[in-house]
Design a protein around this ligand. Structure first.
Ligand SMILES: [Zn+2]
Length: 327
């Protein structure tokens, strides 16, 4: 069930509507930011090597990427168009300067798994094959099919992801909610009132967890009945439904942190259909080094490929935040 590109005016209008309510799932950059993102020219970036070397996950991304390697490897190929695109993508992946929610972003390496899933390729972003897959996607998105993941294409990709998120933002009524047991939670001591989930979302979550535990490559500790063992942290729920009162409490507790941007009047968590799920690292921390680590975990990569089968759509910026929005 791969997400196909839709850049019709209807979808775009929906996106424009939804973005003003749902730019951020849980941990946005500070408040008062405009609800749109604007890409800037990559040439201004001088901080690439510092960012790329700050954490091992980033260093992994950066290592072995050498333009001369890419160019020499591809010299024998007849068509140079996508070889050049591959070389550009190797650079843009790490240093494209763009803005999301008023905050400058560097590169798109954190989103490589999601991008590959969208454009239907297993190839690495530095490869000619990736550029060719991207060009096919660009055609469906009515973009110039040059295979280069520049600011225009990145914004079209982000638009596509955002357009597939929850469209509703209202509070779940109590009869729409069920209370999940403590064993489903990253913090098993979480209070009962903070363990509520919209019923269909919870059923879909349990099916997804059963499928993940059946996938032996993930090595998840289970109870033998499709549930995660108490010792397992991956895929446990960090935060499900939030009442308005609870959201206000979070906001009061962290008035000056990133959580200051917690939406008070609109959060996908109000619907009971948004789940923060443990995917590694610090559970819900937006700094790049943490997100770069999270997107490298087998569990996150599994979610990117499989969550859609269970109706869950990603919020690209927060690897832990998934919304139940079946097609
Ligand atoms: Zn969330």
């Amino acid at each position: 069930m791969l997400i196909k590109s839709k850049t019709t005016s209807n979808t775009y209008a929906l996106f424009l509507i939804s973005v003003s309510f749902s730019l951020f799932g849980c941990e946005p950059p500070p408040a008062n930011q405009p609800s749109k993102f604007v890409a800037k020219n990559a040439s201004a970036n001088k901080s690439l090597s510092k960012n790329a070397n700050s954490k091992s996950a980033n260093a992994n991304v950066a290592e072995n990427i050498s333009n001369s390697q890419i160019e020499s490897a591809d010299k024998s190929l007849p068509d140079t168009k996508f070889n050049d695109a591959a070389a550009q993508n190797a650079r843009l992946k790490l240093n494209l300067q763009w803005t999301f929610g008023g905050k400058t972003q560097t590169g798109w390496y954190i989103y490589e798994n999601l991008i590959s899933h969208l454009i239907e390729t297993e190839a690495k972003a530095e490869s000619r094959e990736f550029a060719e897959a991207l060009a096919r996607w660009q055609k469906t998105a009515v973009l110039a099919p040059n295979g280069i993941l520049d600011e225009t294409t990145l914004i079209a990709i982000v638009d596509n992801w955002q357009a597939h998120r929850l469209k509703i933002r209202g509070f779940a009524s109590s009869d729409e909610l069920t209370t999940a047991p403590p064993t489903d939670f990253y913090n098993p001591e979480r209070l009962e009132e903070l363990r509520r989930v919209e019923r269909n979302t919870y059923a879909a979550y349990k099916k997804m967890v059963a499928a993940a535990t059946a996938d032996k490559s993930l090595n998840l500790a289970t109870d033998g009945r499709g549930n995660l063992a108490s010792s397992e942290q991956f895929l446990k729920i960090i935060s499900p439904f939030r009442s308005k009162e609870y959201q206000q409490k979070l906001r009061r507790e962290s008035p000056n942190s990133g959580r200051a941007g917690l939406a008070v009047n609109s959060s996908p968590h109000f619907t009971g259909r948004a789940l923060d799920i443990y995917v590694g690292g610090e559970p819900a921390e937006t700094k790049d080094s943490n997100r770069a680590l999270q997107v490298e975990t087998p569990v996150y990569k599994w979610l990117v490929k499989n969550a859609g089968k269970f109706g869950f759509k990603p919020y690209f910026y927060e690897p832990w935040h998934w919304e139940y929005a079946p097609d």
